[in-house]
Design a protein. Structure first.
Length: 322
């Protein structure tokens, strides 16, 4: 057998293997997502719960914004969604727009190849001051990726103590208009007041558009029953919630890992079929980071590279249905 034939056969085998993986991917199995009432449904109208990992601020942990990271998270951690947290302030997008945008696009492209859902996160605490930049970014992203059911748009990571009616709803409405010029179907997640905790305020005056969800963030060492009750109130009022970020620690991202409190949150999210991403894939020396310092993308599947929080979350991802 000649070398050319061997090479050709190997190429066929590799292609067939990739195709088989793609056929069993979360996006291949579930297709175009939609929201009905408070529930996230797949294209067959079956309730789906996305579970995955959030990357860290793009300007501070760029080493994980690549195909290798996303592939290892899919294959070893069992995620079906990944969140690309594009930092806006603090030397992020506002200073280096093309650089930060390309990091996010690398993650999106990897998710598409691997058949994962991907949250495109405008990771900002003052986004109402950056409306024009956000509109341009989301318009460009929607135009570029509108034909892919993988995409989930997160318009505002964590607003501070600002008005839902006077600040946040108008901000979201403006960006939704830009996205829907090109992308009529993919899910859009809207940040809520007070670090994306006051979902009850959004429930009183929701956005009248299809396929809109609302952000809830929590850190298990700080936010417990009171925030659960607030979220439950919003859900019972008809608000679809997506936990695009949560931590197993205190709200500062550090301290101990609160496994028992986090499990209570898992039970709550499972009860209401709330999708989630854990904060975060990072090697920062803090308790909420899923990896130990100096870990590389190739180390994501290695037990010795997992932090206490990372090992705990990986267990949840690999042993629960999603």
């Amino acid at each position: 057998m000649t070398k050319k034939i061997i090479f050709f056969l190997c190429a066929i085998l590799i292609f067939s293997s990739l195709q088989a993986q793609q056929d069993q991917s979360p996006v291949k199995l579930n297709g175009q997502l939609k929201i009905e009432g408070t529930r996230l449904l797949n294209e067959k109208d079956v309730v789906i719960q996305l579970k995955g990992m959030s990357l860290f601020w793009s300007q501070w942990q760029p080493q994980y914004y690549n195909y290798e990271t996303i592939k290892n998270l899919k294959e070893d951690w069992g995620i079906n969604v990944v969140r690309a947290a594009m930092g806006i302030e603090h030397e992020g997008f506002l200073k280096n727009p093309e650089q930060e945008k390309q990091k996010v696009y690398r993650v999106i492209d990897a998710a598409i190849v691997l058949g994962l859902y991907v949250i495109v996160d405008w990771h900002d605490h003052n986004a109402e001051n950056h409306l024009d930049e956000a509109k341009r970014f989301f318009k460009e992203t929607a135009k570029k990726y509108a034909n892919h059911p993988n995409i989930i748009y997160e318009l505002y990571n964590e607003p501070l103590d600002v008005s839902w009616n006077e600040v946040l709803k108008p901000y979201h409405t403006e960006i939704i208009k830009e996205i829907r010029k090109f992308d009529k179907n993919n899910i859009i997640v809207c940040g809520t007041p007070n670090w994306s905790q006051d979902v009850d305020l959004a429930a009183k005056n929701p956005i009248k558009e299809d396929n809109i969800a609302y952000t809830l963030h929590f850190y298990a060492g700080t936010h417990q029953k009171e925030l659960m009750l607030k979220a439950e109130k919003a859900i019972k009022a008809g608000l679809p919630i997506f936990v695009t970020e949560f931590g197993t620690t205190e709200a500062n991202g550090d301290g101990k890992v609160y496994k028992e409190n986090t499990q209570k949150w898992f039970d709550f999210m499972d009860r209401y079929n709330i999708s989630w991403c854990n904060w975060s894939i990072a090697d920062k020396d803090e308790a909420s980071a899923a990896l130990k310092p100096n870990s590389l993308p190739k180390d994501i599947g290695k037990k010795e590279s997992w932090s206490e929080s990372g090992a705990f979350i990986r267990t949840i991802l690999t042993t629960t249905d999603h």
